[in-house]
Design a binder for this molecule. Structure first.
Ligand SMILES: Cc1cc2nc3c(=O)[nH]c(=O)nc-3n(C[C@H](O)[C@H](O)[C@H](O)COP(=O)(O)OP(=O)(O)OC[C@H]3O[C@@H](n4cnc5c(N)ncnc54)[C@H](O)[C@@H]3O)c2cc1C
Length: 558
């Protein structure tokens, strides 16, 4: 079990880092524990480097737990001529589907074709022919007007000519980050959460390390490295600007609504154009619920405050969904939760506000960029889907500082080791076992076999088992209750009021695993409820918080 991410290990790991700080020079320190940082930790560890990843909050706390969760080639990027990005993403989608079945799952898409709407079936099907050709298999077909309603019950019929069905994939983004981190640790990498990079350390004009702050104790110390990677997504410019670099990131917010699946039961991810601005948006089935997304807006607020959906975005998404599914009549009262993420989009005009206004957010390219400033290698942009390729590109740049690194076999190699089947309790459906295997890697059988029977039943309408909460508490560096309910599991998004029905059951589990006394449990609970209300609820619920509640929710959430 030595390589399991272990909660009791965080303190141990931190003290090892502190004690060894003066005498240890890491090959590489990766700043940022989203999918980009995790992917770099994994590939660098596979290349034989001694690597440390530090995350200022919780793993996947940024965009990587708040994406639209598609592992896709981005058909829309193909439409806007970003052929290379689409090609890379489709290839990576296939790789992830093969290596992580159960965590990355096929998802069928459907798009209705309406009279006078561009692109019509002909253009759309031509795009899909290229898309499928890149993926190496034909995976789209045309559905006649008469049976489109059978595939997407309640779909707008007025002017409907037919629909096209095509294939992509979907994941649990935060769990994907955890799986990548776990695999990285199996390969010798080290990761720690709640440790932020405060300052870049320069020696004779070259980066030689970072000054870090433990967000739990407040202690600060220096860490040394041959190369430092800045994988901080939307925060990229913050570290770069310490080296006087020009701003490059245009933070773009995307928000989502989650409704129970019975209110809008979908077998497909349904794509449609918003009636107001003709942007492509979608609704898709996820974890036994329906997610409605997404927006694309400049995010001007402080990045250190978690983003949240605005009333305009709620109205926009509701208008869109009710145009596409008029009979469903989805209203705010159907919404279980909301979430918003910040896309770390690279823009040539990021430092020129006037110019920026001329480019629509949705017209900004989504490809990744890499900068090397005095040995601080920064990377931003790209997609969840392409994390492996982004990591390989970063390593190529880092090779300048690490000439002994072995990159040769990484390009074609499998990213995840094959996990042997182990006999497990038969109470679970094979699909559940596959999900757990993909999500927890080789530890899946311990998770199942160490659980009581009643802990192997799904919680409420979710697929999550109580046994997973227990496992995460013991082995996945949970520091706060929100780590457990919003990222290790997605209970907080999927159940009403952040899963309050579970609190009674959770309290003894948390207190035992994390040694919280009654006071700490109460503190964690109110921190969590503040976060849910402020960042994962509808704006009108936020308004119910008194000013005092808001400032205390802010204080605990940051
Ligand atoms: C609304 C939305 C929808 C999306 N949909 C999709 C999709 O469907 N499919 C897809 O492939 N991609 C999608 N993306 C893109 C994808 O989610 C992002 O490109 C990806 O998650 C970015 O990962 P990252 O690790 O670079 O950034 P993040 O996940 O934001 O991680 C950066 C991390 O760095 C940490 N950090 C910052 N500063 C410091 C510091 N000083 N010290 C230590 N740590 C620090 C932050 O806390 C954060 O956790 C979407 C993005 C958004 C926002």
């Amino acid at each position: 079990m030595s390589h399991v991410l272990a909660s009791f290990n965080r303190a141990q790991r931190l003290s090892q880092l502190q004690q060894g700080a003066d005498n240890t020079v890491w090959d590489m320190i990766v700043v940022g524990g989203g999918i980009t940082g995790a992917g770099i930790l994994l590939t660098a560890s596979q290349a034989g480097l001694k690597v440390l990843l530090i995350e200022q909050q919780d793993f996947a706390w940024g965009a990587s737990s708040k994406s639209s969760k598609m592992v896709h080639g981005g058909l829309r990027y193909l439409g806007s001529g970003q052929y290379n990005m689409t090609k890379d993403a489709v290839t990576e989608r296939e790789k992830l589907l093969n290596e992580l079945p159960g965590l990355v799952n096929p998802l069928q898409f459907l798009m209705g074709h309406y009279k006078y709407q561009f692109p019509g079936p002909l253009v759309f099907n031509s795009l899909l022919t290229i898309y499928d050709w890149i993926g190496g298999k034909r995976n789209h077909s045309y559905i006649n007007h008469g049976i489109a309603d059978f595939h997407a019950p309640g779909i707008e019929q007025n002017k409907l000519q037919g629909a096209t069905q095509f294939a992509d994939a979907v994941t649990d983004d935060a769990r994907l980050v955890m799986r990548v981190l776990q695999e990285a640790q199996e390969c010798g990498g080290t990761a720690i959460n709640y440790l932020s990079a405060e300052h870049i350390i320069l020696t004779a004009d070259a980066v030689t390390g970072v000054n870090v702050a433990d967000q739990v104790s407040g202690q600060k110390f220096n860490l040394q490295a041959k190369v430092v990677i800045n994988a901080t997504g939307p925060w990229t410019d913050k570290l770069r600007q310490q080296l006087h670099a020009k701003k490059a990131i245009r933070p773009l917010r995307g928000s989502h609504l989650i409704v129970p699946s019975w209110r809008l039961p979908l077998a497909y991810s349904v794509s449609y154009f918003h009636p107001e601005d003709k942007r492509p948006i979608f609704a898709f089935p996820w974890e036994n619920s329906t997610v409605i997304g997404t927006t694309d807006l400049d995010h001007d607020s402080d990045l250190d405050q978690q983003p949240c959906i605005s009333q305009n975005e709620v109205d926009y998404l509701l208008t869109g969904i009710n145009k596409q599914f008029p009979q469903a009549d989805i209203t705010e009262s159907d919404v279980i939760s909301t979430y918003a993420g910040i896309r770390p989009v690279v823009s040539n005009d990021a430092s020129n506000k006037k110019q920026l206004k001329k480019t629509k957010p949705s017209d900004e390219k989504r490809e990744h960029s890499i900068w090397n400033e005095q040995g601080l290698i920064s990377v931003a942009g790209g997609k969840l889907t392409t994390f492996r390729l982004i990591a390989l590109d970063v390593l190529k740049v880092a090779q300048h500082y690490l000439p002994d690194m072995n990159l040769i076999d990484l390009q074609a190699a499998k990213l995840f080791q094959t996990i042997p089947d182990t006999p497990v309790d038969s109470i679970l459906h094979p699909q559940q076992i596959q999900r757990l295997k993909s999500q927890y890697g080789k530890h899946y059988s311990h998770l199942i076999n160490n659980a009581e029977h009643n802990e192997l039943r799904p919680i409420g309408s979710t697929n999550t088992l109580l046994a997973e909460l227990k496992w995460s508490l013991q082995h996945e560096m949970v520091v706060h209750l929100d780590d457990l309910l919003l990222r290790r599991t997605r209970i907080g998004l999927l159940l009403a009021a952040g899963g309050e029905q579970l609190f009674g059951q959770l309290q003894p589990l948390c207190q035992t695993a994390l040694h919280w006394n009654e006071g700490q449990w109460q503190q964690e609970l109110s921190r969590y409820q503040g976060i849910i209300q402020r960042y994962y609820s509808l704006p009108k619920h936020r308004q119910l918080l008194s000013t005092q509640d808001v400032s205390s929710a802010n204080a605990v959430a940051n």
